[in-house]
Design a protein around this ligand. Structure first.
Ligand code: ADQ
Length: 470
């Protein structure tokens, strides 16, 4: 069996927490690397005064990780800059927040080159290489320039923007051309794939040449496909019943004091629609006097990218809305909007999911959204809660049995909250069963297996390139 080399911006697996407690993607990658031998390569999250390219190899459980430190300037230009101030907002339809600065571009190219130079010596001829996310779009091009001929796949966890938005990016063509050095490019949904093919058709004049999504452009051939990511469903089902899950479930139930709980769990990010969600909830309270004191919204929003200004500003606005709602509607013994910024261990979170009568997942734009799936997986099958899901989450394509809403429409979201709270048992259960079927079937192993199998499948050789090393 060929080895699997996984590359992502961060390698956030630690000896202390193991694979389970560090988020969905880390758990998925760690599981893939337990199934077959390989290495997980990426940034350590640490900075060093001067980049050395020195790799720290470590064995964590059954997984070998290889990490490099970056310079402050790399972090500023590549990570905070091009990745999180340019590509992230643009790919989430926020051209108003998209900052394009030359040093960002240079830093992005530099770190991708550094990653390639550090990684190349670790690669054996038969290895499959799987690169994750928008931080590393040019990595295959850099590896090819160093003579790496292995199969290299790329999975984009975030949406692909509409052509009209992508073309606002200086150098958009260069970015897309770099992707063609991959053998396989995976997207979360058909919608994202359609946006890519639309760009290729109109900007490059390229169209798929086979039913399996092969496409040629820039003298290169790649394959495009849809691979919706899933979760390790039993982890959330069992986690909600584990000692820690049970404890957090009981704690939540006690603190509910007979009230119904609507739950939001997100990274604090403008793509998650938190502001709009708070305003919709405010609208719900205004429209449904009879529900006041009978319900509350618990919003858990872990701080994220806190050094980026747009995130600091959002945080300030959320604090203000939460304060206003609680000031206007709260009573001495009822806080209508409980808003906290802490992070929780997976089992603890599973217990909180189980205690929630309604899961409110309303991103304005999201590649997939794993929280929607985790919420469903953690429910008590005998007494499941109701999922309200934004039509703009990639997950909506698979989870049509949720109450699907437009997160920009406060009336729509407020009406869905009311409907979820008053839904009868039979409907609630039927909807949950349908959702659970998808979550259990299209899980993270299915995602990983489909992608790695497609990457390893025999195919026509790549066309030779002028700039390929001999
Ligand atoms: P994210 O934008 O991070 O991921 P999401 O898919 O919701 O969004 O995943 C968030 C993860 O963080 C979940 O596993 C959740 O349990 C965890 N999490 C959130 N808040 C937490 C808290 N307070 N404590 C503990 N854990 C918390 C990106 C894309 C998504 C895509 C994923 C995977 O933006 O669209 O679904 O990658 O491809």
């Amino acid at each position: 069996m060929s080895r699997l080399i996984v590359v992502s911006n961060r390698v956030n697996l630690s000896r202390d927490t193991g694979a389970g407690a560090v988020g969905g993607l880390a758990a998925a990658i760690a599981a893939a690397l337990r199934e077959r031998p390989g290495i997980w390569f990426g940034w350590s999250g640490e900075t060093t005064p001067q980049y050395t390219g020195q790799i720290a190899m470590e064995r964590i459980g059954e997984v070998t990780v290889a990490r490099v430190d970056l310079e402050e300037q790399d972090v500023e230009e590549y990570y905070n800059g091009y990745a999180n101030k340019t590509l992230w907002p643009l790919f989430h339809n926020r051209i108003d927040l998209t900052a394009y600065e030359r040093p960002f571009d240079a830093g992005y190219a530099r770190v991708n080159r550094r990653f390639a130079e550090a990684l190349a010596p670790l690669i054996a001829p038969d290895d499959l290489i799987w690169v994750h996310d928008y931080h590393l779009a040019p990595l295959a091009r850099e590896l090819r320039a160093l003579g790496v001929k292995n199969r290299i796949g790329f999975f984009l966890h975030i949406p692909w923007p509409a052509r009209q938005l992508l073309t606002t990016l200086p150098g958009h063509r260069k970015l897309v051309e770099a992707l063609f050095h991959y053998d396989l490019i995976g997207f979360q949904t058909e919608d994202h794939l359609t946006a890519v093919t639309d760009y290729l058709a109109h900007e490059i004049g390229a169209a798929p040449i086979s039913a399996t999504g092969e496409v040629e452009a820039f003298g290169l051939r790649t394959q495009l496909g849809v691979f919706p990511i899933g979760i390790e469903a039993p982890d959330f089902r069992d986690g909600s019943r584990s000692p820690l899950g049970e404890e957090s479930f009981q704690r939540m139930r006690e603190s509910q004091a007979g009230r119904k709980m609507v739950l939001g769990v997100d990274r604090l990010d403008y793509s998650k629609g938190l502001e709009e969600r708070f305003l919709s909830y405010e609208q719900f309270l205004a429209a449904h006097e009879e529900q006041r004191e009978k319900v509350f919204l618990l919003q858990i929003a872990t701080l994220s990218r806190d050094s980026v200004e747009a995130y600091q500003e959002l945080r300030g606005r959320l604090d203000a809305i939460a304060g206003r709602v609680n000031g206007a509607y709260g009573t001495v013994d009822w806080v209508p909007l409980r808003y906290i910024n802490s992070g929780y261990r997976q089992d603890e979170l599973a217990g909180i999911y189980r205690a929630a009568h309604v899961g409110l997942v309303t991103p304005l734009r999201d590649g997939m959204n794993l929280v929607a799936k985790e919420y469903v997986a953690a429910q008590d099958p005998e007494d499941p809660g109701v999922l309200i899901l934004s039509r703009f989450a990639g997950a909506a394509a698979q989870m049509g049995s949720a109450l699907i809403v437009n997160p920009y429409d406060r009336d729509d979201v407020a009406a869905a909250i009311q409907r979820a709270l008053s839904m009868g048992y039979a409907e609630r259960r039927k909807r949950w069963e349908r959702l659970m079927e998808t979550v259990a079937r299209d899980d993270v192993s299915a995602w990983r297996t489909r992608f790695v199998d497609a990457l390893g499948a025999p195919r026509r050789p790549r066309p030779r390139l002028a700039n390929d090393a001999a």
